[in-house]
Design a protein around this ligand. Sequence first.
Ligand code: ATP
Length: 274
Amino acid sequence: MDGIGTAISAEENRHCEKAVTNAKNTGVNMERMIEVKNVTKKYGAFTALDNLSLSVKKGEIFGFLGHNGAGKTTTTNILTTLLEPTSGSATVAGFDIITQSIDVRRNIGYVPENVQLYDTLTAYENLEFFARLSEITDPKTAIDETLAFLQATSFAHMKIGELSKGMRQRIGLAQAIIHKPPVLFLDEPSAGLDPTGIRQLRDIILRLNKEEGTTIFMNTHLLVEVAKTCTAIGVLNHGKLIYTDTLANTLKRFQNEDSLEQIYFSIDSDSNEK
Ligand code: ATP
């Protein structure tokens, strides 16, 4: 367990104030909750990310698209401080991912593609464990409220090993949002979910964004879901950002395409032809 997404709920306001003060001091624009500047990541001789720059505004639901191996997870791992870039810089919630990594972690939640939980503990016990690690002052209230928000109270006392993929993923989400982070990262959140699970997840993402004001950065291949949830998109191709804009502008710009899927193929094939 890496502690990502297990920050300090009781001190949330203090952190938010610190984020704002920090932003003022460093001149970081807090309207941009995520700012990536010229990030390159090399694995040995292989360049996974090539001079990537992008920004995500506060309150946005950003869909990060790209073929398998494009570099989406690498980007997320860098922004969540799990991995250092080879060069370049980035801020999340106004904090530098390298020099202020602890502050970044306090201000984010992360649901990786394969949610890491203790199978032999119940959902509630897992959340209690994370809440304690995060020094949440009133873990019971935080857990109860989070489970209620996610409509997961009914399976709170089942062991993780006994949960379906969808239920398990909901507890992973609970772990990531229990401290009400201003920024939430999701890596392929719909992977393996049935249509009902996908719809429930969509509702949760939209409610988190609307009710809590959470900025969401989501790696995904499900373009239908992107069309229904995202306010902006970015397209990565072999480690390079080949497109980014709001969803509304994108739909306007590609008026002749029938669907976001067609738009995606049009953007991607243009890039491959270059
Ligand atoms: P997917 O959609 O399949 O999850 P992705 O867009 O998330 O793909 P990444 O997982 O970021 O892509 O991988 C980008 C590239 O970097 C791939 O070619 C991958 O093989 C390579 N890569 C990722 N992690 C490592 C590593 N630890 N060592 C070497 N190469 C790696």
